[in-house]
Design a protein around this ligand. Structure first.
Ligand code: SAM
Length: 318
C-alpha cells in the first residue's frame, strides 16, 4: 500500500508539472480526491442540487434484485467506488439470493477504499481486495487475479464515465470489455442531459461545497508538492459547453500572478481571468450510452431511467 501511494505521489508531481504547462492549463480530475476531497465529494452527494447519487440509489433500490439475478454471483469489480453505498445495495441483494462474491475495489483515493471496505466487512458472503490505483492499473490487477470461470460484474457508477472525453470514454469501455469474457456484465450509471440552469446549480452550489472541492486541489498542491497557490486569488467556476454536452469546472485566476512549485523548480504565470481546467462531466442521451456500449463490443441488456433527475443505469453484456 505504501509503494502504491509513493508511486501515485510521484505521478501527481509529474502530471502537475506537465499539465500546468498546457494551454489552457489543466489538472486531471482524479487529483481532486485526496482525503479532504473525498469527504467534500460525499458532502456534495448530499446537497439538494446534486441529484446523481440519489437518482442512482433509487434505480438500484428498484432493480438490484434483477441485476444480481442476471449476475448470479462471482467477481465484482468496482471502478471508482467512492464511499461504497451502492455496491452495498448490490451485495445485500446478492445475499438475499444466497449468492457470494469476491470484490475488487479500485479507487485512487485511500479514504474511499477504506470507507467502502469497512461497509462491506459486515457482509460475510463477500471477500474484498482493495487497489489504491488508477482505473487502468486496477483493471489490470483484477483481470490478472481472475482464476475461475465465475462471471464478472464490473461497476462504473456515479457517472464516473463522464469525466472522460468521448474518444477516451470509448477507449475506456473497450478496455473494460477486453478484460471480460462473453457473459460477463458491465453496470454503467451515467447522468443525462438536462437544463443548463440545473447543471450549473449542481456544479456551483449556493453553499460553496463544490467550490471548496475544486479549490482543495490548490491546497493539495501546496501541501504535497510545496506549491504556493494563494487560495483567495483563485475562484471556482462551472461552465456548460453545449456543443460538447459537458460541464467544465475551472479555477480562475483573479489577478496577474506567478505561482511556484519550488521543490520541482516549476514557475507558473497566470493572466487575470486565465483558468485551470480541473474537471469535465459529460452528459448523455440514453441511446448514446447504448451506442457507446455497442461501439466497445457490448450488448445492452437493460436500461432504466430515473425521470425525476434524468439519470440512466444500463446493464451491458460482454
Ligand atoms: C465522482 S466520484 C463517484 C464515486 C462513486 N462511484 C459514486 O457513485 O458515488 C469518483 C470516484 O472515483 C475515484 N476516481 C476518479 N478518477 C479516478 C481514476 N482515474 N482512477 C481511479 N479512481 C478514480 C475518485 O477517487 C472517487 O472516489
Amino acid at each position: 500500500m505504501r509503494d502504491a501511494a509513493a508511486a501515485l505521489a510521484a505521478e501527481f508531481a509529474a502530471d502537475v508539472r506537465r499539465d500546468l504547462a498546457l494551454t489552457p492549463k489543466q489538472l486531471q480530475s482524479k487529483y481532486l480526491y485526496d482525503q479532504l476531497g473525498s469527504s467534500l465529494f460525499e458532502a456534495i452527494c448530499r446537497l439538494p442540487w446534486y441529484h446523481i447519487t440519489r437518482a442512482e440509489s433509487r434505480l438500484l433500490a428498484r432493480h438490484a434484485a434483477e441485476i444480481v439475478e442476471e449476475f448470479g454471483g462471482g467477481t465484482i469489480v468496482e471502478l471508482g467506488c467512492g464511499s461504497g453505498e451502492k455496491i452495498v445495495m448490490l451485495a445485500e441483494a446478492l445475499q438475499s439470493r444466497g449468492g457470494t462474491a469476491r470484490v475488487h475495489l479500485i479507487d485512487i483515493s485511500s479514504q474511499a477504499l477504506e470507507q467502502t471496505e469497512e461497509r462491506l466487512t459486515r457482509l460475510e458472503h463477500v471477500s474484498v481486495v482493495g487497489h489504491q490505483s488508477t482505473y487502468e492499473e486496477g483493471l489490470r490487477r483484477a483481470a490478472a487475479a481472475r482464476t475461475t470461470e465465475d462471471p464478472v460484474l464490473v461497476l462504473l457508477l456515479g457517472s464516473n464515465i463522464g469525466n472522460f472525453d468521448t474518444p477516451a470514454a470509448l477507449d475506456f469501455l473497450d478496455r473494460i470489455r477486453r478484460t471480460l469474457r462473453p457473459g460477463d456484465l458491465l453496470l454503467l450509471g451515467a447522468d443525462l442531459t438536462k437544463p443548463e440552469a440545473d447543471l450549473i446549480l449542481a456544479y456551483d452550489d449556493p453553499l460553496g461545497v463544490t467550490a471548496a472541492f475544486n479549490k482543495n486541489l490548490l491546497v493539495r498542491m501546496n501541501r504535497e508538492l510545496g506549491a504556493d497557490f494563494e487560495l483567495t486569488r483563485f475562484a471556482h467556476r462551472a461552465a456548460w459547453t453545449a456543443s460538447e454536452q459537458r460541464i467544465e469546472m475551472h479555477l480562475v485566476s483573479l489577478a496577474v500572478q506567478r505561482v511556484t512549485i519550488a521543490p520541482s523548480g516549476v514557475i507558473v504565470n497566470f493572466d487575470a481571468g486565465e483558468h485551470i481546467w480541473t474537471e469535465s462531466s459529460y452528459k448523455y442521451d440514453p441511446e448514446e450510452l447504448q451506442d457507446m456500449g455497442a461501439t466497445a463490443g457490448f450488448m445492452t441488456l437493460k436500461q432504466w431511467i430515473d425521470p425525476e433527475a434524468a439519470f440512466a443505469l444500463t446493464v451491458f453484456l460482454a
